[in-house]
Ligand binder design. Structure first.
Ligand SMILES: *[C@@H]1O[C@H](CO)[C@@H](O)[C@H](O)[C@H]1NC(C)=O
Ligand SMILES: *[C@@H]1O[C@H](CO)[C@@H](O)[C@H](O)[C@H]1NC(C)=O
Length: 988
């Protein structure tokens, strides 16, 4: 069914292509000769499997454990068909858990037009800005986005970068890397901060990210982005980077075929060394693409978030997109849409919306970039050691944001990936940015689909960072899916209301305070671009998840696509969520069948305790509030003022600790004062009399005071599944589930394990088979899991993993191992290998010949003993047989050279090396001659030796001489005692 549809689509593709349409509605997949493979058991196993099937193992894919990059040189580099052949049998190897031939993904840089480089000498008007910071870098005075508060231009809102500098933050010890087309590491402005450890060339597979130079300077993009972040200050060159003491690296990954593997390698480069990854590229912003990270890139994001920066999470900064003119919507870009990326929008100097801007609800924040023609653009480093004042698009904004985040990370290196997002939400400002849709959400944050939470404020960010306390653990609440199928009628709104609880009955997933909200949705529709989708939160905040896209004619709809909104940040999760879908049919629509909403569900991310609850702080944030708080005695008399919102029946003062009764819960401190709170703080639970009581010391949240009533644990402790206690480390037969910080039970019979299905050590009497424990069987037998008994191995095996001759793990006496079989002698294509194993025993086995040999005597391509047809054996190697043309011969090196001019064919360059002659000549003892030499006679275009008695002849035999050999003549004349001349007369 599915295959049938795919077949029909590809047929359509061919038809459309052959009709010559400019943009076919279908994209041919382009397969590369690179594979991504997941193999358990370590590098040696991977190496062995690669060798066996003729691949080259290029090593682990970035930081992804057990994932390898295999390369197959005999497959064509780019093909529209997936590769077939013997190497495909690799997927049947038991250790190969997953394999995927890599396809080319279309990825676009997010700047928008080439512009001539700025000559350095041209304009160094050092009109000093009003600031009291001055640098000698030539372009410093024009760097409006750093000191925009000058008089000359009326930029009205500052990103307060100098404010952060004045507090001493310049990005020191923070590592940023630019994932792009390379970085000119020896640029005078980059040299000083360049970090080779944060750099790699994925396209060229080496350590050097230097861009490839060409006439159009196509690969200038990464270098431009890098300068914005970390160009050196006060070095009399070009510009000043926003984090000018940060270390800067570059990954060259856009200058070649981009595949899932290329992205994953880049996103998972050195996650313990690199703090911030900045990416200014993504799927085509053409207003019709819906594309996002595939499985490896997704794993790289998750890996980075979970493990990067020593568990605090890698920071991924992403340009939101440049598809404004194509009416693109960044919700169709799975990279900016991801909760793991910080999606950055742009505003012009004037605060107006740039024409390239893409709107969507997943944008978090904004920095400056180019706008209209008269607006200034971004000044930065350029290829060939130059500077430019015309860097543009969201491409310019993402590195700026990366640099500002670097300042915040210097102020507090312990910030987690979520802390960084929280700080951005709290400190970004609407300022003078103009948008038609600014609104204030229920948590009080201003937010817009153009700009997220507004313009970044570097000074506010470092100030928040300095005193920041880590936000509580992220909870993920996956609400159940609404699977009621609804028809989407043209010009009608489909409305679906979902009552979310925020997973209230599951303490590990309970979300009260929202961060990101994801809507997973499946829709079928005859023209995707006609759809628009809104989501309204229980607090009434409306996010537009999708707007109409003029150019999106796709009939594919959305298959489990994840839309994301940041607009409900800080709001409450529980309540009615309203999804609205509207279909505005354009004339472009060919089909009349209505679309269908097949399924949708909410994934709510956030916390169960207030992220900034003051009770989480040991000391108040400001001493002012302390001195202003009146002492209790002053209120014992009469108080008529307003009560705190947490009070129930009046109060004796304005604070929550002055309530007579609490609306929600009482919290009592050690010093015996009580206060009213909306939720019991971390480390407390509430009893049935509305009192917050202390949890057992190692619990973070609990349902009672006993140590076996924990629901989550304090840092350094894990929840033990089953017992509900908090333990410092998981006991035997438990493993740590990092995502949930829970010690979970290992599978049956397993003593130690890594996850619910990967056992690493078994209980006594059991042994490990793959990842499972099973009964230990005697040598020569194996465990039959079906019958639960030990059974005999095949007679050729000494030990085995299962039934049959192919399951041997060791061979019986006299047999040799050959590809898991045991054989008496090596088969064709295998050679006998003798290796000394670790314990000193000589091990004999049959190993596969190099794939270039038919038969061989040993490993490698120089030990062949015979070749397949079409190949010749030369010095042990099989080389392609070369057939030379007439008039040429093949040299030892297999090359064709010209014969001597007289030959038609020859075996070498010499005159006497002819093997065939042209019709005009006689073949004569290797020569091609006009006539036969003396002593030879011609016959059928070939010369033959005359009879030994003739000197010259006309045919074979002694009777055909035309003159005689002088020696013979003399001998005969002596013999007959006559004049030799007479003999001639006699003979003729
Ligand atoms: C979504 O919200 C926008 C802005 O309020 C509105 O213009 C549009 O009609 C709404 N669309 C749907 C499907 O409700
Ligand atoms: C009692 O302790 C709490 C928290 O430790 C503090 O906020 C409060 O001001 C203290 N009250 C008095 C009267 O000392």
């Amino acid at each position: 069914m599915i295959r049938n549809a795919a077949w029909r689509r590809s047929l359509l593709c061919v038809l459309v292509l052959s009709l010559g349409f400019a943009s076919p509605p279908c994209k041919a997949r382009i397969y590369t000769n690179h594979w991504a493979v997941r193999i358990a058991g370590g590098t040696e196993v991977a190496e062995r499997i690669a060798e066996k099937y003729g691949y080259r193992n290029m090593g682990q894919i970035g930081d992804l454990k057990d994932h390898y990059h295999f390369y197959h040189s005999r497959t064509i580099k780019r093909s529209t068909l997936y590769s077939r052949g013997r190497h495909n049998f690799i997927s049947m190897e038991p250790k190969v858990e997953w394999i995927q031939q890599q396809v080319v993904k279309r990825r676009i840089k997010r700047d928008y037009k080439p512009s001539p480089p700025l000559s350095l000498s041209s304009s160094a008007q050092l009109s000093q800005a009003q600031s009291n910071i001055f640098y000698n870098d030539a372009k410093w005075s024009s760097m409006w986005y750093i000191h925009c508060s000058d008089d000359v231009h009326n930029c009205q809102s500052d990103m307060n970068i100098m404010g952060a500098w004045k507090r001493g933050y310049t990005g020191k010890d923070v590592v940023v890397t630019i994932l792009d087309d390379g970085i000119e590491r020896n640029h005078p402005d980059l040299l000083q901060n360049y970090d080779p450890q944060a750099s790699f060339d994925v396209n060229g597979n080496d350590m050097d990210p230097m861009p490839r130079y060409d006439a159009t300077n196509e690969n200038k993009h990464g270098t431009r982005c890098a300068g914005e972040v970390a160009a050196a200050a006060n070095n009399s060159h070009c510009i000043v980077g926003i984090a000018y003491n940060a270390r800067i690296g570059g990954v060259r990954m856009l200058d070649g075929d981009v595949t899932d593997m290329v992205e994953a390698k880049s996103l998972s480069l050195q996650p313990q060394h690199i703090d911030i990854y900045s990416a200014s590229w993504g799927p085509d912003d053409d207003g019709k693409t819906v594309d996002g990270p595939a499985s490896l890139a997704r794993q790289a994001f998750e890996n980075g978030i979970r493990m990067g920066r020593k568990g605090r999470g890698s920071i991924f900064v992403w340009a939101s997109g440049n598809g404004g003119r194509s009416r693109d919507h960044c919700s169709c870009d799975g990279y900016t849409n991801s909760i793991y990326t910080i999606s950055i929008s742009s505003t012009a100097e004037s605060g107006r919306k740039p024409w390239y801007l893409e709107e969507c609800s997943s944008t978090l924040t904004t920095t400056y970039s180019s706008g209209e023609n008269y607006d200034r653009k971004i000044i930065t480093t350029d290829l060939r050691h130059r500077c430019t004042d015309s860097h543009t698009g969201t491409s310019a904004s993402a590195p700026m944001a990366a640099a500002i985040i670097a300042l915040a990370l210097e102020a507090n290196p312990l910030l987690s990936w979520r802390d960084v997002q929280h700080i951005i939400v709290k400190t970004s400002r609407a300022g003078h940015l103009s948008a038609p849709d600014w609104k204030s959400n229920a948590a009080g944050y201003n937010v817009s689909h153009l700009y997220g939470f507004g313009l970044m404020d570097a000074e506010a960010m470092v100030k928040e960072a300095e005193r920041w306390r880590q936000v509580p653990a992220q909870h993920v609440c996956v609400e159940s899916a609404d699977r009621q199928i609804r028809t989407i009628r043209p010009e009608h709104v489909v409305r679906s209301v979902y009552k979310a609880t925020g997973c209230t009955d599951n303490p590990n997933h309970h979300v009260i305070y929202l961060e990101h909200v994801v809507v997973r949705i499946t829709i079928t529709h005859p023209r995707r671009g006609d759809l628009s989708i809104n989501l309204t939160s229980p607090s009434g905040t409306k996010s537009q998840l999708l707007a109409n896209r003029l150019f999106d004619h796709s009939m594919e709809g959305f298959k489990n696509w994840e839309f994301m909104t940041t607009h409900c940040w800080g709001e409450k999760a529980a309540g009615d969520w309203v999804l609205e879908i509207y279909d505005s049919p354009s004339q472009l629509r060919s089909q009349k069948v209505p679309g269908k909403l097949k399924e949708w569900s909410l994934v709510l991310y956030g916390t169960s305790v207030h992220p900034y609850s003051s009770l989480r702080n040991d000391k108040p944030r400001s001493t002012d509030t302390l001195t202003l708080t009146p002492t209790e005695e002053e209120f014992t008399e009469e108080y008529n003022g307003p009560c705190d919102a947490e009070c129930n029946d009046g109060c004796e003062g304005p604070g929550p600790h002055h309530c007579i009764n609490c609306l929600n819960y009482f919290l009592k401190f050690k010093n015996n004062t009580r206060t009213c709170v909306s939720e019991c703080p971390s480390g407390f639970f509430h009893d049935d009399r509305k009192r917050c009581k202390k949890c057992s010391s190692s619990c973070e949240t609990c349902i009672g005071s006993r140590s076996d009533q924990c629901t989550t644990c304090r840092a350094g402790h894990h929840l033990n599944e089953g017992t509900h206690t908090c333990v410092a480390s998981c006991a035997d037969s438990f493993y740590l589930d990092y995502d949930f910080n829970i010690c979970r039970k290992c599978p049956e019979n397993c003593k130690k394990c890594n996850s619910s299905n990967v056992c690493t050590e078994c209980n006594p009497g059991m042994s490990l088979q793959g990842n499972r424990c099973q009964l230990t069987c005697d040598p020569g037998t194996y465990y039959n899991g079906h019958r639960r008994t030990c059974e005999h191995c095949h007679r050729t095996c000494a030990t085995c993993a299962g039934t049959g001759a192919e399951a041997c793990t060791k061979c019986a006496e006299g047999y040799l191992m050959e590809d898991w079989r045991c054989v008496l002698t090596c088969s064709t294509g295998y050679y006998l290998s003798e290796q000394t194993s670790d314990n000193g025993h000589m091990q004999k086995s049959c190993k596969m010949c190099d794939h270039s040999c038919y038969e061989c005597l040993g490993p490698g391509e120089r030990n062949c003993s015979s070749c397949v047809s079409g190949y010749n054996l030369e010095a042990g190697a099989c080389v392609v047989s070369t057939i030379c043309k007439d008039g040429q011969y093949r040299s030892q090196q297999g090359l064709c050279h010209l014969c001597d001019v007289t030959c038609l064919q020859c075996s070498g360059p010499e005159e006497e090396a002819c093997t065939r002659c042209p019709d005009t000549r006689f073949f004569d003892d290797g020569h091609c001659s006009i006539r036969c030499q003396t002593g030879h006679y011609p016959m059928g275009r070939q010369c033959y030796l005359c009879h030994h008695s003739c000197q010259e002849c006309v045919d074979e035999g002694p009777d055909n001489c035309t003159s005689c050999d002088r020696g013979i003549l003399e001998y005969i004349s002596v013999l007959l005692n006559i004049n030799p001349f007479l003999i001639v007369v006699l003979v003729s």
